[in-house]
Write a new protein. Sequence first.
Length: 638
Amino acid sequence: MSENTQQSMSFQTEVKQLLHLMIHSLYSNKEIFMRELVSNASDACDKLRFQSLKDDSLMAENSDLRIRISVDKEANTIAIEDTGIGMTRDEVVQNLGTIARSGTADFLKNLTGDERKDSQLIGQFGVGFYSSFIVAKAVDVYTRKAGHAAEEGVHWHSEGEGEFTIDDAILPQRGTKIVLHLKAEESEFADDWRLKSLVKKYSDHISVPVQMLEEKFAAPEEGEEEAKPQEPTWENVNSAKALWTRSRSDVKDEEYQELYRHISHDYGDALTWSHNKVEGKLDYTSLLYIPKKAPYDLWNRERVRGLKLYVNRVFIMDDVEQFLPMYLRFVKGIVDSNDLPLNVSREILQNDSTIESIKSALVKRVLDMLEKLAKKKPEEYQEFWQEFGQVLKEGPAEDMANKEKVAGLLRFATSHSGEAKQDVALVDYIERMKEGQDKIYYVCADSHQTAKNSPHLEVFRKKGIEVLLLSDRIDEWLMSYLQEFDGKSFVDVARGGLDLGDIESEEEKQAQEKANDEHKDLIGKMKTLFAEEVADVRMTHRLVESPACIVVGDDDMGAQMRRIMEAAGQQVPETKPTLELNPEHPLVQRLEQESNDDRFNDLANILLEQSRLAEGSSLKDSASFVSRLNKLLLEMMS
Ligand SMILES: Nc1ncnc2c1ncn2[C@@H]1O[C@H](COP(=O)(O)OP(=O)(O)OP(=O)(O)O)[C@@H](O)[C@H]1O
């Protein structure tokens, strides 16, 4: 015998864990094993069709690409057989013994033990081949790689309990045959009708023919009563036509959803989709889906993303990133182009002008699809926002050309409702703008609560002006790319001198100027005291209830961004904020009258420190703050 005789091997630990979890959490959805196996078989045929473009000898022995499903009721087995690319011995060990996906260990850690939640997560992860073990007590895989000799076949066997064996096999035909030895209690699946209906349900959209044996009867001859049974023949069960080549009106929603599941490996539904045929300068068909649920690894930068590419109906490759920008990485789908050559490679895709043109059209398509969803089904749009809003917020920085369109899709929490839910569109905000208001005001903080209670909002509340409350990590960065929307500029209410424009009366403006004059002694004393800490001290009209607040310079980094950068270990340039005082506040008035230097220092420091706390910053010396506060409290009590 050759060196490669039978070998026993262990599954990778993650596979063992996954198998265990899957069997326990997917039992209510057992039939999906058929979808997974047919899907794999179809992928294998697609891969071979693609590789044979470069090397037509691969298909020489048999040019037929198809999937056959058969049942042996007595033996309680099902066989799924394809004439696809097949696997070598090494590939079998790699593909059916390990999980190569990055982040697997993290994923497994995320599982909660709650079967309903876990089954959803497992669905997103994609159980693929291993789902066989939901219904099978043992699985045999016979596979021979296209282009290899019959003696180079491989036989894999496992009972799904931590181990598998692998052996040489002589296989007259290329491709893969999977035999499931059903558990006794799953014998209902060893039934032609049942399997046929599963293929119809899950795999009708697959472009490779899926065949099953059909019994035929000859018409009874004269004098005979009963029809004579004939040899059964292989008949196509699915329609075997690429779904996207059909006209939209001919495709049922359920069929779109099944194709979505096939290409996304998601067990859930898509939220919406857009199917378009483009003819003219460019000639392609696209079918783009927005998932309902975010994948567990949406934030993993190395995660594969992108669309499936076909050229003239021939599958070319998965995960083509070039079709969509990063901020639309959640979109799944396919592009079938008639302009690209069949031998297109990833390198060519990177600098291809056709791809660039398709990309800008696809981006518009996705944004239009979202606009339509927001307009027609606001509740579903809200669901989308919940899942992917944070990703869409990367848009304005990444895609200057579509900045305004993306901005229109953003949703915010605002002071209008005070709720943390992000559900206000900029057009709603503009509709509610006060007379004389020509700016969109916002505040950024680490949490919704801090944003909502920020002293910077006081004057806005008093005047009934709505302010966007931003508290996602990405928000300050987002706003640095959004200068205006619908001709109205964005203004950070915690930054620079506050110009309320026409919202403020002439008298109010003059009172503000006068206040700085009237309190110049106090301002001067404070500037000397805090020469190291602040760039300026001034009286303000933005406060109503609070005595003081911190304001950052127009061009300086905001507090939220500063904290994020510092936490990431980045060097952040030293900048000093401005301290603003509320001349109407009794504490400020008390400070102005304080003749005792020590007490003046204590009170002034407390005002500065509490302003820092209110914006969500931590104090450099919180112990001193506490002792100052206690000193004052004790004085008050005595
Ligand atoms: N019928 C087949 N023919 C050839 N290769 C196959 C076949 N079935 C599975 N494979 C190989 O085994 C790998 C693992 O399959 P599996 O179904 O577990 O995961 P997947 O298809 O990559 O992704 P998913 O888990 O999302 O379905 C596949 O990527 C493929 O390379």
